[in-house]
Design a protein around this ligand. Structure first.
Ligand SMILES: [Zn+2]
Length: 170
């Protein structure tokens, strides 16, 4: 009887914890922020994407947890555009490209995988076979891309962090 009660209590505690685990947001997770953040401004963080579509792929993420673009305070628009410009300039200096693709997936049907609004900023490079290069990128956008090797991710984070520390101007 006591053993049965213990099992019931254990199952209840486990069941109560499940929804909490289910609501965990990767972009609010301190471990993810510590591992992937390269820059922080008043209201945003820039995180290196753990499964980059191209080398240097960054995510612009508001610090406050809001799920959809339409939940984001419109007053943050200017800060977001300034940040986008700043990351693009980092691409120019570190990756020698001025070309970028900006993607925002809003909602499940659009393919949003993390329920915390975010903007993908992907450095794009010129190729002899540009159409094939576009196709490769858009296939990765649609179907996802392979996660980085942890050491590779660490190197990208260190590279961009050092750049932003040395280039503190907007
Ligand atoms: Zn979040």
């Amino acid at each position: 009887m006591i053993s049965c009660m213990k099992s019931t209590i254990f199952i209840c505690i486990f069941a109560c914890l499940l929804p909490v685990k289910g609501f965990t947001c990767a972009f609010c997770d301190p471990k993810v922020i510590e591992r992937q953040a390269v820059l922080e401004t008043e209201n945003f963080r820039v995180l290196a994407d753990y499964a980059p579509i191209n080398y240097g792929h960054m995510l612009l993420v508001p610090k406050r947890h809001v799920e959809r673009l339409d939940d984001l305070d419109p007053a943050l628009g200017t800060e977001l555009l300034i940040l986008q410009r700043r990351v693009s300039r980092a691409f120019q200096q570190l990756l020698q490209t001025q070309d970028t693709t900006l993607i925002q997936k809003n909602g499940y049907a659009a393919g949003q995988s993390v329920p915390h609004v975010h903007f993908h900023l992907i450095p794009m490079h010129r190729h002899k076979w540009q159409t094939l290069a576009h196709l490769r990128v858009f296939m990765r956008i649609l179907f996802g891309s392979r996660p980085s090797d942890p050491q590779e991710l660490e190197k990208v984070v260190a590279l961009f962090k050092a750049h932003f520390e040395a280039n503190n101007l907007q």
